[in-house]
Design a protein around this ligand. Structure first.
Ligand code: NAP
Ligand code: MG
Length: 452
């Protein structure tokens, strides 16, 4: 029996196309083919593997517009974001194309011989991608994994398979051998589950909800399978009274409403020093109400819809519980729209303050002093990112060091850079992606001693 998923344009609720969902048997076949391809791929000369990754990057570059257009329709991303995302795959491939020739081991002094270390690829790596950033999150996994000499099976989210399927085709067009990168569209409970349970998959890279991430980690324990987890967040944007308040207020909306808030790094809690609170909120309001929330088919749209009717209902359920301070606008037609919304609260136990909404909703709270700000920021199970606005650089650095999160920015909301490490503290994740060391996370370190 053939199972299919109808891809929906979330801006219009109109069907886009049908995608075949792989069965467990088809997932197994893809894993076994990737396992057979591994032997040849690991033995490709480092310079040749680098050249293939650069060619893949060039082919992606030739298709940025096409990939972006798919993402605008499939995921409701704005054109600006979608082009950036396709370009990010290209850049990530180019960056990790530098890795095959730089997988340096060490020579360690020992008595009676020579001691050498080698970074050896794991085998088949399974990458499980969520629907919020289908292209970048796929690339952050496959580019360093392939560079380190692994073969990859990749499961896109059921809701957003189109760009991943196209990237799989472009890899072949660029000359990557068959089954080195295989995209396997299907359900998490079927294909994703096989990545966890199939013994030929030697590592799982998962990005998604903390709830599913815990289950994947538990499942991987059974085979002591390597696992990297990039999970949820409830990141703090901390604004001190000595900051450039206008700049902080102008940048806060995009730091949470970008991608309609469906971003694990969304700065969804804004903490403002009490003496600057009223000024900050009064400057924030016109930026939020002035946002252009439109069907992203319109190039001037700054924020699109949520991914699905289910996600819209989830986000709406948070808003039914709270008093809204102010909100922007959103289209009224079909599609899964929620306007950018600001909630003021002084209750750190409230759901809106504690839970990841994963939608265009931000909670704002005043704080009394630096210690109070750090205490509020850290009062969460999550620890992915955060921002600090202050003119006092000493304080900026002190607070950046005190916040228990993996990715902090001072006087900016820097997005993820592929050449710097990215990952979470606490229940936001396990392990790191990106940065110069990412390929090593797809290897075993082997030690060899040779007697004189
Ligand atoms: P999810 O269930 O965690 O899905 C993420 C990925 O895992 C998808 O590819 C999904 O496949 C797959 N998956 C689901 N169950 C699986 C299983 N048992 N074994 C292996 N793979 C499995 O996330 P969601 O349900 O789409 O979103 C729910 C919430 O998660 C959001 O509201 C948000 O809070 C959070 N989230 C966080 C991120 C992030 O970047 N940290 C991303 C997405 C969502 P299918 O979708 O095909 O079932
Ligand atoms: Mg789910």
């Amino acid at each position: 029996m053939s199972d299919t998923h109808t891809v929906i344009n979330p801006a219009t609720a109109e069907p886009v196309t049908d995608v075949h969902l792989a069965s467990a048997a088809e997932a197994d076949a893809a894993i076994e083919a990737a396992h057979l391809a591994f032997r040849a791929w690991r033995d490709v000369a480092p310079g040749e593997r680098a050249a293939l990754l650069r060619r893949f990057a060039a082919v992606v570059d030739d298709h940025v517009e096409e990939l972006a257009e798919l993402e605008v329709r499939n995921a409701g991303h704005t054109w600006g974001n979608a082009r950036w995302e396709a370009g990010n795959v290209r850049d990530c491939l180019n960056y990790y194309a530098g890795a095959p020739e730089r997988m340096f081991g060490r020579q360690i002094p020992v008595a009676g011989g020579v001691d050498l270390t080698f970074y050896e690829p794991l085998g088949v790596v399974g990458i499980i991608v969520p629907w919020n950033f289908p292209m970048p999150i796929a690339g952050w996994g496959f580019a360093p994994a392939l560079a380190a000499g692994n073969t990859v099976v990749l499961k896109p989210a059921e809701l957003t398979p189109l760009t991943a399927i196209r990237l799989g085709e472009l890899a072949l067009e660029a000359g990557l051998p068959d089954h080195v990168l295989t995209v396997v569209p299907g359900k998490g409970s079927v294909v994703g589950e096989r990545f966890v349970t199939h013994p030929l998959v030697r590592k799982v890279c998962f990005t998604g909800s903390t709830e599913v991430g815990k289950r994947i980690m538990a499942g991987c324990a059974d085979q002591v399978k390597r696992v990297t987890l990039e999970l949820g967040g409830k990141s703090a944007n901390i604004v001190f009274a000595d900051a450039d308040i206008a700049a902080a207020a102008a940048s806060a909306p995009s730091a949470v409403f970008d991608n309609a808030g469906q971003d694990c790094c969304a700065r969804s809690r804004i903490l403002v020093e009490r003496s600057a609170y009223d000024e900050f909120v009064s400057l924030l309001e016109p930026v939020v109400t002035g946002m252009r929330v439109l069907d992203p088919a319109d190039e001037s749209s700054e924020m699109g819809p949520l991914i699905s009717a289910g996600q819209q209902r989830t986000v709406q359920s948070y808003l039914d519980d709270v008093e809204i301070a102010f909100a922007g606008t959103a289209p009224h037609g079909d599609g899964f729209w929620v306007p950018p919304t600001v909630v003021a609260t002084e209750d750190p136990s409230s759901r809106i303050w504690r839970e990841e909404v994963f939608g265009p909703v931000v909670a704002v709270m005043p704080f009394d002093d630096e210690a109070h700000a750090v205490e509020l920021a850290n009062d969460t199970e999550y620890g992915l990112s955060g921002s600090i606005f202050t003119r006092d650089l000493g304080r900026g650095l002190r607070v950046a060091r005190a916040v228990e999160a993996g990715n902090l920015s001072v006087n900016s909301h820097s997005s993820v850079r592929y050449w710097t490490p990215f990952g979470g503290y606490k229940q936001s994740g396990l392990g790191r992606e990106l940065g110069p060391d990412a390929p090593l996370a797809f290897t075993e370190e082997k030690n060899v001693f040779i007697a004189h």
